[in-house]
Write a protein that binds this ligand. Structure first.
Ligand code: UFG
Length: 343
């Protein structure tokens, strides 16, 4: 079924996008990457080729521009389906530049769906986030958990994008799967692709790696007084390769008899929460390296704890995670060492 299906992957040069392109190639799809390098590096396509032995087609395109996107469809289409990653994702930056986030994240989705309609492409996998839940009252979080007001413009763009897809699906021919990622981290086992944070990382795992390699002096653990067993906040860290594989399952879902016109939503997590201190312990254990860290005040806007109920994705997508937090730390550390020796 996957043979020769041509899949447009917007943001395919980015962290989750590049891992997904690798999994698509392994599964026999024909992915085409569209990326404007706003948060990625041009060398990624070569490394995808080194991993898979296949070179995906690439187009430098800003999906916010409908004319550029139309040109992409004309030059590289016809596409059978689209996986839409291209978006800004830094929570703090979105507080400082809300308009930039609304313009980019909402604008690109609208432009993309319009061009998909003009080209009779009706299958979409959308990259959403557990940020849409805020701090849920009951854990683990299921897809039916009521959404709270998002804490950042970034989070609001994910809520709005899901709503836009829902609304379009009710009146147009659009079949969508939206995947709500919990905390994706780690890198490909080849250490040829991974996360490339711009400037000072916001996220825990890249910050741990940069501290351990000596780029940062100390990791600040934000908050030691949460209502959790060790006082530090809890998240559901999911390996990026497991996240990538879920996109292949989501595509298969869109081609299965279970799929129906609408926007199906799935949580992508491991179902297990780990505290910040547990994450640090996992890093120290798997790398054999001591980490310099100190517990400081809470980071504003952070929630205390969240982890996923993954039973829907397990049952309906036939997908489950295969890797754990130790695999995340081991692979992220190998990637950090690769970066240090290749820059
Ligand atoms: N943390 C630290 N020190 C750091 C960085 C993070 O202690 O230097 C802690 C945070 O306080 C939090 C945990 O590590 O408790 C995870 O923080 P991340 O920044 O890695 O991830 P978040 O859970 O804050 O954010 C992630 C995604 C967002 C998404 C959000 C949804 O990065 O895109 O989940 O909850 F919106």
């Amino acid at each position: 079924m996957s043979d020769k299906l041509k899949i447009l992957v917007t943001g395919g040069n980015g962290f989750i996008g590049s891992h997904t392109v690798v999994e698509l190639l392994h599964a026999g799809y024909n992915p085409v990457i569209a990326d404007n390098f706003s948060n990625s590096s041009p060398g990624i396509v070569e490394n995808i080729e080194r991993i898979t032995g296949k070179r995906p087609a690439f187009s430098e395109t800003d999906i916010c521009s409908e004319s550029e996107t139309q040109k992409l469809f004309l030059e590289h289409g016809p596409f059978d389906a689209v996986i839409h990653f291209a978006a800004f994702k830094a929570v703090g930056e979105s507080m400082e530049k809300p308009l930039m986030y609304y313009h980019n994240n909402i604008g690109s989705l609208i432009s993309l769906i319009r061009v998909m309609q003009q080209n009779q492409v009706s299958k979409l996998v959308f990259s959403s986030s557990c940020t849409v839940y805020g701090q849920p009252d009951i854990l683990p979080v299921t897809e039916k958990t009521p959404l709270k007001s998002a804490a950042s413009p970034y989070g609001k763009t994910k809520q709005l994008c899901e709503e836009i897809i829902n609304d379009v699906c009710t009146v147009e021919k659009l079949d969508a799967v939206s995947l709500r990622y919990f905390n994706p981290a780690g890198a490909h086992e080849s250490a040829l692709i991974g996360e490339l944070p711009l400037g000072i990382p916001n996220n825990l795992v890249p910050f741990i790696m940069q501290t351990a390699i000596g780029k940062r002096e100390v990791l600040n653990v934000f908050g030691g007084d949460y209502n959790t067993p060790d006082g530090t906040a809890i998240r559901d860290y999911i390996h990026v390769v497991d996240v990538a594989k879920a996109h292949v399952s989501a595509l298969q879902r869109l081609y299965s008899q279970h799929s129906h016109n609408g926007n199906e939503i799935f949580n992508l997590g491991t179902g297990k929460g780990n505290s910040v201190l547990e994450a640090i312990n996992s890093f120290e254990k798997t790398s054999g390296t001591k980490l310099n860290y100190k517990i400081v005040a809470r980071r504003s806007g952070d929630i205390e704890k969240v982890w996923a109920d993954t039973s829907m994705a397990n049952k309906e997508l036939g997908w489950k995670t295969e890797l754990d937090i130790d695999d995340i730390m081991r692979s992220a550390w190998n990637w950090e060492k690769y970066l240090a020796s290749n820059v």
